[in-house]
Design a protein around this ligand. Structure first.
Ligand SMILES: Cc1cc2nc3c(=O)[nH]c(=O)nc-3n(C[C@H](O)[C@H](O)[C@H](O)COP(=O)(O)O)c2cc1C
Length: 317
């Protein structure tokens, strides 16, 4: 099979990918999505300032497994030196590429000059990209929104500047920072970025399923798409399956595999961290609410597995 496109010299065999999502697209979930068809792995964002000083709580977020490759680590920050220091540390984990987050809309981050705030300061973003390129040997990519708000839709200018600075790929979420997650993503704007770009462009926003992903790739000409919220609790999306077609046994098998991997990755804490995933997996099942409540009360892995098995046996054929 020919690659769909390249991130510099890295061949990418597919066009639909799991989007980075804090607290969701960690190594255990990325592994499942990658196996079921997401054509690369894009890790959730990590604050550069914590990695630059090797804060162990955050360093562990950079871990991944070989089967996830190609693997992109994402950093956010507001300072070139810190970002470069963090990228150097991050390289010890041997990622295939490093992405600069320029899209995060939450106040804590965008209000602090990081994430989407970089859209208001593209020259700083350019310096960051140039510095990252000088510091680490892997491709540097960026993920942006369309602008800070409707009055400052500078996506074409930002894309141009970032390409001049040497990015190897650009992901575009078709909303402004002011929109956060409201309204609909503007895919015509994403298509405009692609039409003017020399590097691969990925479109992001509101993709519902695999079919929708393919339709948007064709209609808007992007090289690929990132799927975020629709892929939470639905890794089968990447296998072109409709969640409703997947047998309950298959769903619960993947859920248990995911759960065990969470324990392996996080230790006992994985039990609590898995709850949000569990709620998504069981959505739509008969008795899902009761199981959710039961899972919230389980204290260890055995109780958790027993509850899930009992639930599975109670499902009608
Ligand atoms: C819970 C959550 C966490 C997110 N975390 C990140 C992140 O760490 N890095 C990032 O670039 N985007 C992050 N995003 C944005 C998504 O990657 C994506 O751009 C956005 O959700 C739009 O795509 P969707 O409509 O398919 O969800 C996050 C979104 C959500 C809902």
């Amino acid at each position: 099979m020919d690659p769909a496109f390249y991130i510099e010299s890295i061949p990418i065999y597919g066009r639909v990918f799991l989007s980075p999502m804090a607290n969701f697209s960690d190594s255990p979930y990325r592994k499942i999505c990658r196996r079921l068809g997401s054509a690369f792995s894009f890790a959730e964002f990590v604050p550069a300032e914590t990695i630059a000083v090797r804060d162990p709580d955050y360093m562990s977020m950079l871990r991944f497994e070989e089967e996830e490759r190609p693997l992109i680590l994402q950093l956010f920050g507001n300072n070139c030196d810190t970002l470069a220091a963090a990228a150097e540390v991050a390289m010890e984990f041997r990622p295939d590429a490093i992405d600069l987050n320029m899209g995060c809309s939450v106040n804590q981050i965008a209000g602090n000059g990081s994430g989407a705030a970089l859209l208001k300061n593209p020259m700083l973003a350019a310096q960051m990209i140039e510095r990252l390129r000088k510091t680490v040997p892997v491709p540097i990519t960026a993920k942006i929104r369309l602008g800070w708000d409707d009055a400052s839709l500078n996506y074409l200018e930002v894309s141009h500047i970032l390409q001049e600075s040497g990015i190897a790929m650009l992901s575009v979420h078709g909303r402004t920072r002011a929109q956060a997650y409201t309204g609909l993503a503007n895919w015509n704007a994403i298509a405009e970025v692609k039409a003017n770009a020399r590097v691969p462009v990925l479109g992001v926003g509101d993709i519902l399923d695999y079919e929708d992903a393919l339709t948007r790739i064709q209609k808007y000409g992007v090289d690929g798409v990132l799927v975020g919220r629709s892929a939470a609790g639905n890794p089968w999306l990447f296998s072109a399956l409709d969640r409703a077609q997947v047998q309950p046994e298959q769903i619960l098998e993947i859920m248990l595999e995911h759960f065990r991997d969470m324990l392996k990755f996080y230790g006992e804490r994985g039990c609590i961290l898995f709850r949000k995933h569990a709620a998504r997996y069981v959505k739509g099942f008969i008795g899902a609410d009761a199981l959710r409540t039961e899972l919230l009360q389980t204290k260890n892995a055995e109780e958790f597995e027993t509850a899930v098995r009992r639930f599975l046996n109670s499902q009608p054929d």
